[in-house]
Design a protein around this ligand. Structure first.
Ligand SMILES: [Zn+2]
Length: 154
């Protein structure tokens, strides 16, 4: 899909700008518009929404952040650790949003799936439907997320 000049600028910021070191796009060869569209379709096929996924991630981050750096058991199934670092990260979508540098890791003891995400991931999913490109260090795969975090899918 051809993308708007605005999305093109954001993609260039992600690729060449000050945030390039994050590697948001991984080795993905699709443009940003297509990456977001394909993940949005995947989320719809699961019967979920970006907000529902972001809410579930935030649920774990919030509970675990009360005991930073410690492994916390949540709902008898999940072992969760939240770590926070000094400073804030700007959202690459040029919306003036800056989020805390926090990292949450979850292990699901029932199905042994694990995943991790940053506060920026949660914001980008909720506000922009962006899960990062294939091969990105912090890509959040919608399907894996649904399974690892026990979201009810269709
Ligand atoms: Zn944003």
């Amino acid at each position: 899909m051809k993308q708007s000049p605005e999305m093109q600028r954001i993609q260039e910021t992600m690729t060449f700008g000050s945030l390039a070191a994050h590697g948001f796009l991984g080795h993905d060869t699709r443009n940003l518009t297509d990456i977001i569209r394909d993940d949005t379709l995947a989320v719809e096929r699961l019967g979920l929404t970006h907000s529902a996924i972001a809410d579930r991630m935030e649920y774990f981050t919030e509970l675990a952040s009360k005991r930073l750096g410690e492994s916390v058991e949540i709902d008898g199934i999940y072992r969760v650790v939240c770590e926070e670092h000094k400073g804030k990260l700007p959202c690459p979508f040029a919306d003036n949003v800056r989020v805390a540098k926090s990292m949450t890791t979850v292990i699901n003891a029932e199905n042994h799936l694990s995943m991790r995400w940053s506060a920026l991931n949660v914001h980008m999913i909720r506000a922009h439907g962006f899960y990062e490109g294939l091969g990105a260090r912090f890509r959040v795969d919608p399907k894996l997320t649904a399974k690892a975090l026990g979201l009810k899918t269709s």
